[in-house]
Write a protein that binds this ligand. Structure first.
Ligand code: ZN
Length: 309
């Protein structure tokens, strides 16, 4: 069993409108935009990152907004709901706030004894805010104070019709089974980064998901550095997984592999971090391009949809 993985690093999803996406995560959820760059594999499209002050691994929600992208179909073989951690007792404040912004899909509930508020993002993305004890310092602003600020990720759900192989993979990656409630089994990394929970939802007769706007594209797991990442890569290869070579994403190094249930996993390094090319005070403000796409700057600055801030 691997010991290098500490929990989630980031979650990356698809959107249909950059401006709407930016407004939702900054104005409604009160996260900080910590990087404005492009999809390194398709530079005509933004890659927008939202998180805490520094973009600490385990807080970072990222989007590829493909203009006018068709909405995805929810189903099995994907990450369903992404959950953020909120302070204990802050559910009502969030219910009020989400209603003020006409957010859809608002439902209150509990899972494993934790109060949670479910809601939809602008493309039907499925989110939860979960009350939990969490010491991570939230980013505050836009009317979201420390009493209700998001600490980072709480967990992500995987929707599967055959959960056993993915449960075994999570076990190999260092996740331990915690509890079961209905069709949901909870896994967590002991001593992880507070974004160290994954819920597997077993669905026996649902249709396959089709990716589109509002779908999670992949989830990334955090390792400390490149040496730990290579250890994980070797171990996955030895177990028979097809793993990509290490790819330089400027703010972290990435490897990718497909899970038995069809979900795309990434393992990303905590180094070098989002302050690699701009000061922490100004993170996310300027358009940052990787060196291989710098020659496109003039065109991209005229074609990418302007964001409000
Ligand atoms: Zn990623």
């Amino acid at each position: 069993m691997l010991k290098q993985i500490k929990g989630l690093h980031h979650v990356t999803s698809l959107a249909s409108d950059a401006r709407q996406n930016n407004a939702f995560f900054t104005n409604v959820l009160g996260l900080r935009r910590i990087k404005k760059t492009v999809n390194f594999d398709a530079p005509d499209v933004y890659h927008l990152y939202y998180g805490d002050e520094a973009g600490t691994p385990g807080t970072v929600m990222t989007y590829f907004p493909f203009p006018n992208a068709k909405r995805g179909d929810k189903g099995i073989g994907e990450v369903g709901r992404t959950a953020f951690s909120i302070p204990t007792g802050s559910s009502q404040a969030w219910l009020d706030r989400l209603a003020t912004f006409d957010v859809g899909g608002i439902v209150q509930g509990t899972r494993f004894g934790e109060k949670r508020v479910l809601f939809d993002g602008p493309d039907g993305d499925q989110f939860a805010l979960v009350e939990s004890d969490d010491d991570r310092t939230p980013w505050t602003g836009n009317g979201v104070g420390t009493q209700m600020g998001i600490h980072g990720f709480h967990s992500a759900d995987m929707r599967l019709n055959d959960p056993d192989a993915s449960a075994e993979l999570l076990g190999f990656m260092g996740y331990e089974k915690q509890d079961t409630e209905g069709n949901v089994t909870r896994f967590a990394v002991p001593g992880g980064n507070d974004a160290n929970t994954i819920d597997i939802e077993a669905h026996s007769c649902a249709a396959d998901a089709a990716q589109g706007a509002g779908s999670v594209h992949h989830i990334a797991f955090a390792v400390e550095n490149r040496a730990r990442q290579l250890e994980v890569r070797e171990a996955l290869l030895d177990t028979g997984y097809q793993v990509t070579p290490v790819i330089d994403r400027d703010y972290f190094y990435a490897i990718y592999f497909r899970t038995p249930g069809g979900v795309l996993f990434e393992v990303a390094t905590n180094e070098p971090g989002f302050d690699r090319d701009e000061d922490t005070a100004n993170l996310g403000e300027a358009l940052k391009l990787p060196s291989q796409h710098e020659y496109l700057r003039a065109r991209l600055q005229s074609t990418l949809q302007p964001l409000d801030r």
